[in-house]
Design a protein around this ligand. Structure first.
Ligand SMILES: *Cc1c(COP(=O)(O)O)cnc(C)c1O
Length: 386
């Protein structure tokens, strides 16, 4: 593993021991025979796909799930041999590439299967059929569609390995829609098991379902957001079915500290003007790093205390109102803990009126990721220079 380095004062810390912890907690929470997909799409929700995938597999995950064929190929290029499922749609002409790398792919269209049957496959292709039981995104919705899809699987090179569906409301207070999806899934499953002679792996649970309904009838589950130590929603967080540890924190340091006079203004548009003589610190992180302009006004942690961002956030820098002068180099924590204070991913998400999933995804690859395992530095990833 390459120990890279970087020359800026902002970084993300990823605790791989938190990833292991979360897998182990889940493992204890669910029936023994159930297998776990670690969902590492979107660069492992911004945490780093290869690092998280390896940590999750070592901790007991059985397989990996991603959205894109490109993401799956990247994992294979990095020597990962565990089963991988691409949960999104791939082009039929790319099926040979998936087969060659032993990557299972998702299907739900008859025409797609017909196209794949016409291309040259280097070896059998593993397929997971997607059922749309209420998400309304991709998948088949009726028994008629199921029948016509099964009829197309009359080719030895196509192996129906799995069937899956995805819940739209599993993280909510109200279970009516969730139960409706569950019933549809159960009925379609009963039908399929009646007509299909070979074993099939069924999987339906995302993090919310895995945490709240660990007994959900299925062979595997797909563990995404909670792998990273985040609860799927405030409702599930309040229930706290298992204790999770967040893996991601974001830090920077003050690169400039100055006193401004009453009436002096800060940043583009001069939207903030000091009400008295104030100490202002400059932090070298901005919207190009994913610390977007709507975050103006949110607190950061310095010296274990909360201090607000003042003035507009620039592309590469923003300013903070300090409670006293600090030395340059003083640590600034944007997501994470300092002493007894914490700015959680959930707080940042709430500030932006969005969900925690979105936050690590938007912290751009310009911010280096430093990997720790139980306090020990494992790897530094700097996408700017690599
Ligand atoms: C992203 C995704 C998951 C993981 O969902 P979480 O809520 O992050 O656990 C599971 N299944 C599918 C199909 C997905 O797209």
């Amino acid at each position: 593993m390459a120990i890279e380095t970087f020359y800026r004062d902002s970084w993300v810390e990823i605790r791989l021991d938190a990833i292991s912890h979360n897998i182990q907690k889940l493992r204890k929470h669910i029936p023994k025979e159930k297998k776990i997909f670690a969902v590492v799409k979107a660069n492992a929700y911004g945490h780093g796909d290869v690092q998280v995938a390896n940590a999750a597999l070592e901790a007991g995950a059985d397989a990996l799930a991603v959205s894109l064929l490109d993401e799956a190929l990247r994992l294979r290029e990095h020597g990962i041999t565990a089963p991988i499922l691409v949960m999104g749609w791939i082009r039929s002409k790319d099926a040979p590439l998936a087969a060659a790398h032993d990557i299972a792919v998702t299907f739900f269209q008859k025409e797609w299967v017909q196209e794949v049957k016409r291309v040259e496959l280097p070896c059998p292709l593993k397929l997971h059929m997607k059922w749309d039981t209420g998400m309304g995104r991709v998948g088949i919705r009726t028994l008629d569609e199921l029948e016509s899809l099964l009829a197309e699987l009359d080719d030895d090179r196509l192996v129906l390995e799995g069937v899956f569906t995805h819940f739209a409301t599993a993280d909510e207070e109200d279970f009516v829609y969730f139960e409706r999806q569950r019933r549809l899934y159960k009925d379609m499953r009963a039908y399929l098991e009646g007509v299909w002679p070979k074993p099939i792996v069924f999987h339906s649970s995302n993090s919310a379902t895995s945490l709240r309904f660990p007994g959900q009838q299925e062979d595997m589950l797909r563990f995404g957001i909670s792998l990273y130590g985040l609860y799927p929603s405030p409702v599930v967080k309040a229930e706290r079915p298992i204790e999770l540890q967040p893996a991601f924190s974001l830090h920077s340091s003050l690169v400039h500290v100055k006193q401004v006079k009453k009436g002096d203004c800060i940043s583009y548009g001069a939207t903030y003007c000091a009400e008295e003589d104030e100490w202002i610190g400059t932090v070298p992180l901005g919207y190009a790093d994913g610390w977007i302009r709507q975050l103006q006004g949110i607190d950061v942690l310095i010296d274990g205390k909360r201090m607000p961002i003042v003035g507009r956030i620039c592309m590469d820098q923003f300013m903070v109102k300090l409670d006293q002068p600090y030395e340059t180099g003083e640590k600034v924590t944007l997501i994470g803990r300092q002493g007894n204070e914490e700015i959680s991913m959930d707080e940042v998400a709430a500030y932006l009126d969005t969900i925690n999933y979105e936050i690590p995804c938007i912290i751009s690859s310009r911010v280096p990721r430093i990997y720790y395992d139980s306090g020990e530095l494992i790897e530094v990833k700097n996408a700017v220079t690599s």
